[in-house]
Design a protein around this ligand. Sequence first.
Ligand code: TRP
Length: 473
Amino acid sequence: MSADREQFGSRLGFILAAAGSAVGIGNLVGFPVAAAKNGGGAFLLIYALFVVFICLPVMMAEISIGRHTQQAPMQAFNKLSDGHKGWTAAGFLALLTPFMIAVFYTVITIWLFGYLFETLSGNLSQLADPSYFGSFINSNSIFGYLIAVKAIVYFILFSGVKDGIEKGAKIMMPALFVMLIMLVIFVLTLDNAFAGVTYYIVPDFSKIDAGVINTALSQAFFSLSLGMGIMITYGSYMRRDDDLPGSAKFVAFTDTAVAFCAGLLIMPAIFSFNPEINTAELSDSSVGLIFTFLPKIFLALQVSIGYFGASAVAAIFFLLVFFAAITSLVSITEVPNSAIMGAMNYSRRKSLSILAVSVLFFSILCIYSFGRADALTNFLNYGGVDKSFFDVIIDVFYDTVLPLNGLLSCLLVIFHWKRSNFHSELERGSPAYRGSFLERYVDLSLTTFIPIILSVIFINTVAYKYFGVSFIG
Ligand code: TRP
């Protein structure tokens, strides 16, 4: 354990950085649409219950693994399991997963930056053209945006935990909250906004089935940055005597509140654009929504507030999503970075340079997988669908492996670390946690039904995605 491990400067710093990691594109677009399609308020309720009763204990487990071991996930798994072979493999997965997520998230962040840039250049009307996105992702300007995004992310990371990650979150997160609230207030003044709010909030329990429950739980789990090693890594930078359970609750609450507010932005906007909309037709993919559907809605605002006004609203929106993406990208890149620093004893600068080059290489492969290079565009075929290199990374590392990683954290706590040690880590800095209801609940749930539920999600996803077999929904 190195005495000079970098640390967040304050409890708030940890909370904002962790919430910044958790709040991403999924919260701002994926969540509202999933809720609207799947029973509105009924979905919101189930989602909130999953956050509290299933995800929060996992988050507490991950943060405490990090804080206790003072290591990145790869080394933390090794340390807690005393170098047991199976856990070395798990540790490797905990390095590869965030690396691959960093690769594809870089690509999406580049697109966001490009859309922000184009909007600010007065090109909103082009963005609203349905064929624009396809040509945009294959245009050469992508490489310019790639360099800009990488410069921002690595500038933050080079500056370190306190002066980079924490400071970045302290600037971007409050700005994100303000922009979100401003946009919510604005869209609520639009015609038919209320129809959207009603659709989003009024519960329709008849839509709830096993498939919807699975969606809600997966969405909650992914949204909170679980299974990615981020909470372990950020936990390792948390001050030893800060209140860990309280901070975890705050992060979970912030992430959920942002997702909820995003619904109050997206749904009224969609309904004011088309009051007759059939939400079943809305794309399931956040990418499709952000880059092809929403620009049309923003452009339609020109009737009431003019082209300049419409562009301003669109620019604020893209900046909001861009900030959300940057803080997530920073967090996911810091995981392999801290693993490399720990394993090789490299300086932050050296380790980040290696990462910058390797993430760049794979990001370019992704960029070439939308038609530029055939081998990457039609990379694999499974579940009856052709998949690009980019799709495969998302399928494997984002949609499949995260519940498995979460499960591994639970198993590590149960079998190696031992529950009493786990609870004493949680009690440091939070005397009220000892003997509390939450402590008893976390203990019971993590050792019984949470590992079972995570296994079921994992098995179901593998069966469905790769073999076309569906057990649930
Ligand atoms: N909540 C994020 C999203 O909505 C998911 C996420 C959490 C994420 N942590 C991340 C994505 C880190 C990329 C990197 O998109």
